[in-house]
Design a protein around this ligand. Structure first.
Ligand code: HEC
Length: 107
């Protein structure tokens, strides 16, 4: 009986661990909502913004037309990116560049 309880609690811990680990992978694609248009402009070079634009144009056209950066404000873009970045194969770093480009040119 004792070992049954121990085994069950071990399996339980494992399940919790797996659930958390899987969640952490998804969370990598969540953008930092503290980034505003001003912060994006101040912290990213024009080179990085250009890279962000290239990634945006190549990765965000797979399913629909390109949305104009100035069609939304920074906080709308952050919400959209939380949903859209996981649909792309962009890394967390590349996602930040796309975010910076969109926010720098947002409404
Ligand atoms: C795998 C397909 C796919 C990819 C890749 C994708 N999208 Fe989308 N996108 C969708 C679908 C489906 C919708 C409509 C449903 C929805 O809003 O979730 C949508 C909707 C949108 C909208 C309108 C949503 C709103 O609420 O205003 C914007 C803006 C957008 N996508 C931007 C992007 C950006 C930026 C990227 C690149 C980072 C991207 N999408 C990549 C599938 C995709």
């Amino acid at each position: 009986m004792r070992s049954f309880i121990q085994t069950s609690s071990l399996i339980c811990s494992l399940l919790v661990f797996v659930a958390c680990a899987t969640k952490a992978v998804g969370a990598v694609n969540k953008v930092d909502h503290g980034v505003t248009k001003e912060i994006a402009l101040a912290n990213f070079s024009s080179d990085q913004l250009q890279q962000g634009q290239n990634l945006f144009e190549s990765s965000c056209t797979q399913c629909h037309k390109l949305f104009e950066p100035n069609s939304r404000d920074a906080s709308k873009w952050n919400n959209v990116l939380d949903r859209m970045l996981p649909k792309t194969s962009l890394s967390a770093e590349e996602g930040k560049l796309v975010q910076a480009y969109l926010l720098a040119n947002s409404k």
